[in-house]
Design a protein around this ligand. Sequence first.
Ligand code: PLP
Length: 489
Amino acid sequence: MKCKIIDFRNPCSVPTETEMAVRRPAPTKSNTRILMTNDKKETNRRLASDDKRYLWHPFTQMRDWETDDPLVIVRGKGSYLFDALGKKYLDGVSSLWVNVHGHRKKEIDDAVIRQVKTLAHSTFLGLTHPAAIELAKRLVHIAPPGLERVFYSDSGSTAVEIALKMAFQFWRQNGEEGRTKFLSLKEAYHGDTIGSVSVGGMDLFHDIFQPLLFETIKAPAPYCYRCELGLTHPDCGLACAEELGELMRKNAACLAGMVIEPLVQGAAGMLVQPPGYLRRVRELCDNHGVFMIADEVATGFGRTGTMFACEQEGVTPDFMCLAKGITGGYLPLAATLATDRVYEGFKGEYADFRTFFHGHTYTANPLACAAALANLDVFGNENTLATLKPKIRHLRHELMKVEDLPHVGQVRQKGFMVGIELVRDKRTKEPYPLPEKRGIRVTVEARKRGVIIRPLGNVIVLMPPLSISEGELKKLVDVTHKSIKAATA
Ligand SMILES: *Cc1c(COP(=O)(O)O)cnc(C)c1O
């Protein structure tokens, strides 16, 4: 039997050769900067070996990582990434859903360079600066009408935490102290910090933290392929939304807000909501006086075909959380937008302590704001959303051949967000057991063929940069098709 934890006092816990191989002596000062040489193979070897010796990667079983060959990315251009050996890969997931106009986009490169020559950082606590001011104005201008205030932070998780804390504090100091709870959807993903995990519903990632989380009320996920209520759309009449309404009615007095990923529950496997669902959520929130918090971290900045997903259902949330694509995939930045009503609820005498006591050191970092402004400029100058429309149709057409594969249960697409659910049995929808790592195997096959994609369990995700060409889109789907075939044969 193999032991997972290496403990030298325990005789059953002897490290394997590979485990030992990565255990090198601590570096001396002279050899800490060894990495780049003219020999590509040697550079790659050194980087890979130091990575395995010193790093811990997110969402990664490091035991597997240490025995694999890590892919070292040294350069990007357009829709492609290049590894240390010079091999090129199509970036099929926009570097985890952030890239918008491609890598090394000249306008964004230039904007960051200009900004770095002016001001790299200055605190936003008690001071302000032009890039943050201009960006806030632009965000309010493009956001659904009614969202009037921008609060910056630096990741999707913090953008959600901030909305939760604002909603909570609002009720505490505006006469409804009993509104302390949040409602969210099963299968939801809102980030990895404790508050955002509390409103999340992904047991695979977060179950272990249960004792640390605050209690939330969970409504059924609108996951039509595997409907929890055993119904079929559209005959169901959006029964899951009515169930949500029932939960709101029962808990109205104690609900501060409802958090939702609009149109698509991304990390759950690209669960596309049926038409009308989001609008119904807005109505229910209104009926029960509950704040609607739209987590547009993944869906924002053109991903679903419009600038923001909420637009497609004519919805203005009370809070909107933005991150991922906001800087075009360049730098960490996030924003929580709020209505005037919320904003006004925090005003008062200093001594009333109605202040929102929250802020991060790098709040509104000027380099990130400059990248975000350039990102928006490109949307305007290149008419990104208009040129995206035919590409979305093209992608839909290409995906038809994937749908026909014997182990593809469902292909879900909303704009440039695609989830391909693999199943062991197409007829019964029986899933593959997770230990078979089918999703991971597909991505390994794709990598061999020069395409980077990532799985979410048994769901293969495609999320290309909005700037991808039709030819590159075809290649992305062709390789995905071949890779699924190879990994499910
Ligand atoms: C990625 C994501 C987050 C978390 O963003 P981070 O920047 O990784 O903290 C939150 N919500 C949604 C919907 C996301 O897709």
